[in-house]
Design a protein around this ligand. Structure first.
Ligand code: FE
Ligand code: FE
Ligand code: ZN
Length: 305
């Protein structure tokens, strides 16, 4: 098994389902991937075709993708922190129950979840709501693991510190079903200094424990440390920088942990705001190559145009 488990966010559509996702990941040279089971911004979800899943598993096996490293991202509008309207809270809980059962049907073990936003209710109440919701979602002893994502701290997001996440984790009954997804852009935006990543990791280990890292999101950030903005940038093109990200990606203590890129698509022309070309094939090649390529974005444009 390869030490470096690296992939990106890929699409998942009604027509091709998981087979389409696997093929897209392979086309970028990845050995894992992450997808939403439908549109990320809504909760409309279709049925899962067993034949498609079997076909996808076959392709994964042939290409040395271990399905245990594949990740589902729950839609980001699901908010367990808000119990102001009980029917909305219940909807979020039920949706996540559905997401867990979809993960089971797909044979996938890791689900990334944004902890939520307290929307003015206060952090503590938000965190307690998340615990309450997750204990319902994770009521069965065995099943897929929910990885709470470290958040940048936009608006009233909770889960922006390791202490917040530890507080949630401590409230979960089935400990084997709860882990963390460290997002490099988010922890940088939340104020953790990735110039001293060893210290950050030590802090994580002391507060939560390295054994609780289920997966990672590897993104550069468009903003300075502590900006609480959550705007991802391409690897080596943001404020975290190539060397710091490489140190994280190849860190001895993070070997074998699935690492997923969620970097932005590249615009058709430099300086434009559209998001047209997927960067992942090129970013992953650069990561494997361990050498920063300052012309990467124009190479991507040339390749796809
Ligand atoms: Fe996320
Ligand atoms: Fe992320
Ligand atoms: Zn983000």
């Amino acid at each position: 098994m390869e030490d470096l488990i690296i992939g990106s966010h890929v699409s998942y559509n009604k027509k091709e389902g998981l087979v389409g996702s696997v093929k897209e990941a392979l086309s970028y040279g990845e050995n894992t991937f992450m997808f939403y089971t439908g549109a990320p911004q809504n909760t409309v979800r279709g049925p899962i075709d067993e034949n498609v899943v079997n076909e996808a598993k076959k392709i994964m096996k042939e290409n040395n993708i271990d399905i245990n490293n594949v990740v589902i991202h729950a839609p980001y509008i699901v908010n367990l922190a808000n119990d102001k309207e009980p029917e909305k809270f219940n909807f979020a809980v039920n949706f996540l129950k559905g997401e867990v059962s979809r993960a089971k049907k797909l044979g996938i073990n890791l689900i990334v979840l944004h902890p939520g936003s307290h929307v003015g209710l206060g952090k503590e109440r938000g965190l307690d709501n998340i615990i309450k919701g997750l204990n319902i979602v994770l009521s069965e002893k065995e099943g897929p693991v929910i990885c709470l994502e470290t958040m940048a701290g936009k608006g009233t997001e909770v889960g922006t510190t390791f202490e917040d996440l530890k507080y949630i984790i401590d409230g979960i009954e089935n400990q084997n079903r709860i882990k963390v997804c460290i997002d490099t852009c988010h922890i940088h935006d939340a104020g953790y200094d990735l110039n001293n990543f060893d210290e950050v990791l030590e802090k994580f280990d002391k507060i939560i424990g390295l054994n609780k890292i289920g997966c990672m999101h590897i993104n550069d950030s468009k903003n300075e440390i502590n900006a609480h903005k959550d705007r991802h940038d391409n690897i080596g093109f943001g404020k975290i920088g190539f060397d710091n990200l490489m140190k994280i990606i190849y860190h001895e203590k993070l070997k074998g942990i699935p690492k997923i890129l969620e970097t932005p698509y590249v615009s058709e022309k430099e300086g434009e705001k559209d998001h047209t070309y997927p960067p992942y094939k090129f970013e992953i090649a650069m990561i494997r190559n361990k050498k920063y390529d300052k012309n990467l974005l124009s190479e991507i444009r040339n390749y796809y145009k």
